[in-house]
Each structure stands twice: as structure tokens, then as C-alpha cells.
Design a protein around this ligand. Structure first.
Ligand code: FEO
Length: 168
């Protein structure tokens, strides 16, 4: 594997690991603030990001390239509101999508077609995750500061997120 692609894939291991820890911090904040539905949602998102990370680690090893397990920065763990929590969610997903797109671009430049093929799974995954993050943030924008709205959002978050996925 081209060393610049190897470096990009290892960087992506770090981004996925950081997303996993970020969502764990968000789940914990939600848990501590009484939003149990939101907490469960982010505990699951955290697990999914860990799966994304491990899939990359296994692929790099399968291709006999070198995996570098990264040191992570501390995730953001204080949020002013549910809205801010979901703004962070969307920002995080947009950031990861940009990184995936960059890898795709570089794979084509370097004629790394196997890696390009492998990364298509991430392209699809990012489309779904960004769409879910946007839908949830849109709902919260409608709800604004309404406490009963937040109560219902917390109760119905999984239904809202899966309704969004079924529409695709
Ligand atoms: Fe695996 Fe949502 O980034």
C-alpha cells in the first residue's frame, strides 16, 4: 500500500476512535441530565464508531500495512443544551465525511482501487449518519426551549432516527 494512503487510513482510525469517545462523552452528559433516550442513542453511536475504527484496523493489517493505534484528545464533555449536543453531533459527522472524501480522492489519484472500493462502505455510512444528525437537529430547532418538547424528543429519539433511515 502506498505510504500516503497508509497514513490517511491510520489518521482515519484516530478520527473514528475520537468520534467513539466523543459520543461516549455525549451519552454520559445526557445520562447525567436525565435524557435517558438520548443517552441510549449516543451509547449506541459510540459503539458504532468503534466498529468503524476496528474495521479500518483489520483492513490495514490484512493489506500488510502498519497500524498505528493513536493517542486521543479529550472529548468535549460539557454542553449547554440538547441543541448544542446535537450541533456537535452534526459537526462531528460532517468532519468525518470530509476526511472520508479526501481519502477517496487520494485513492483515485494514487490508483489505490482496492482501498477505494473498501472505503465505499464508509461513504454510504456517512450519508446515513449525517442525514440522521440533520433530522434530529431540525426537530430540536423546531422544539426550541420547550421543556415538554425535550421530554417527547428524548422519549421518541429512536423512532425519529429510524423513521429517517426508512425514508432513504
Ligand atoms: Fe464513523 Fe460517523 O463516523
Amino acid at each position: 500500500m502506498n505510504t500516503s494512503i497508509e497514513k490517511l487510513l491510520n489518521d482515519q482510525v484516530k478520527f473514528e476512535a475520537s468520534a467513539s469517545m466523543q459520543y461516549l462523552a455525549m451519552a454520559s452528559w445526557a445520562d447525567a441530565n436525565g435524557y435517558n433516550g438520548v443517552a441510549d442513542f449516543f451509547y449506541l453511536q459510540s459503539e458504532e464508531e468503534r466498529i468503524h475504527m476496528i474495521k479500518l484496523v483489520k483492513f490495514i493489517n490484512e493489506r500488510s500495512a502498519k497500524v498505528v493505534i493513536p493517542q486521543l484528545d479529550k472529548p468535549k464533555s460539557d454542553f449547554e443544551s440538547l441543541n448544542q449536543l446535537f450541533e456537535t453531533f452534526l459537526e462531528q459527522e460532517v468532519f468525518v465525511t470530509q476526511k472520508i472524501n479526501h481519502i477517496i480522492f487520494e485513492c483515485l489519484q494514487q490508483k489505490e482501487y482496492n482501498v477505494h472500493n473498501f472505503m465505499q462502505w464508509y461513504v454510504t455510512e456517512q450519508l446515513e449518519e449525517e442525514a440522521v444528525a440533520k433530522t434530529l437537529l431540525d426537530k430540536l430547532t423546531i422544539i426550541g426551549d420547550n421543556k415538554s418538547g425535550h421530554y417527547l424528543f428524548d422519549r421518541d429519539i429512536n423512532m425519529i432516527a429510524s423513521a429517517n433511515q426508512n425514508e432513504e
